[in-house]
Ligand binder design. Structure first.
Ligand code: FPP
Length: 254
């Protein structure tokens, strides 16, 4: 049944202009948050200002996803390749989870949001890991939106690690090669237990996956926008979901 989304918001200041089918909200939305640097450059600001502004968009979109009843929101915050950036930028990016959580954690707890992280923890600075782990610990029993930060995440490494583990099971004689099924791999990915994304959003006009959830996005709907992440609003988010709702998902069938 179609309803005016406005009804969900009561007197909230956000006034989405489109109509969304509240019964067909994507369960899992994954976002490649891109364009912070270009946004900053276009305003004559340092790149860090773009990342800082991007952090505010994280809050905006997390709250919008929560209000809509999205179950999982996965945000690509730092890739395994992003270490190649200048040291000062990497250090700045590594401080953002801490800053974000120091400001927002109480509200996330209040909203029943569960914070998770997927990525390689061992390379993260202690202060970054500590902030994330504290948030994960404090929200572990929350049952609302799962806010999943992909931090020091790379899809090829994730799949390689899963393949290595399967290889070990085969070597140990616990698994026969001909018995290997999709679930053997999926259960060893960092997303084990989560549904695959229904919708992938990438901002800033780039049309590629950049080593993000290559296995999990096999049947996801993809939505790209030229808008830079710092200026991505709830309205853009609703546009993406509206387009998702127009598409017929066939999963290879007719
Ligand atoms: C890509 O834009 C963005 C990143 C590598 C970092 C994304 C991080 C945030 C949006 C903030 C994260 C906040 C929290 C709470 C973890 P880019 O720098 O590649 O932009 P460009 O392509 O225009 O240079």
């Amino acid at each position: 049944m179609f309803q005016r989304l406005r009804a969900l918001f009561g007197k909230a200041t956000i006034k989405p202009s489109q109509t969304l089918d509240t019964e067909n909200i994507p369960q899992h939305i994954a976002i490649i948050m891109d364009g912070n640097g270009r946004w900053a450059k276009s305003r004559g600001l340092p790149r860090m200002a773009g990342h800082h502004s991007g952090m505010k968009t994280v809050k905006r979109i997390t709250m919008a996803a929560d209000r809509l009843g999205v179950k999982f929101l996965t945000l690509y915050a730092f890739s395994t390749e992003n270490w190649k950036r200048p040291k000062a930028e990497v250090e700045f990016l590594m401080k953002l989870p801490q800053e974000f959580l120091s400001i927002e954690l109480n509200e996330l707890i209040e909203k029943n949001v569960q914070v998770r992280m997927m990525g390689y923890k061992s390379d993260l600075p202690d202060h970054t890991l500590h902030a994330i782990e504290e948030a994960m610990h404090k929200t572990a029993n929350n049952t609302g939106l799962v806010l999943n930060f992909a931090l020091n995440y790379g899809s090829r490494s994730e799949m390689l690690e899963a393949v290595r583990q399967i290889g070990q099971s085969v070597k140990a004689g616990d698994l026969q090669p001909e018995d290997i099924e999709e679930t053997h791999l999926a259960d060893r990915l960092l997303t084990a237990g989560m549904p695959d994304p229904d919708l992938l959003i990438r901002t800033s006009g780039e049309l590629r996956l950049s080593n993000f959830m290559l296995w999990q996005l096999a049947y996801s709907e993809m939505w790209f926008t030229d808008v830079y992440w710092p200026e991505f609003t709830e309205e853009h988010f609703y546009d993406a979901i509206t387009e998702y709702q127009r598409r017929a998902r066939r999963y290879g069938g007719l």
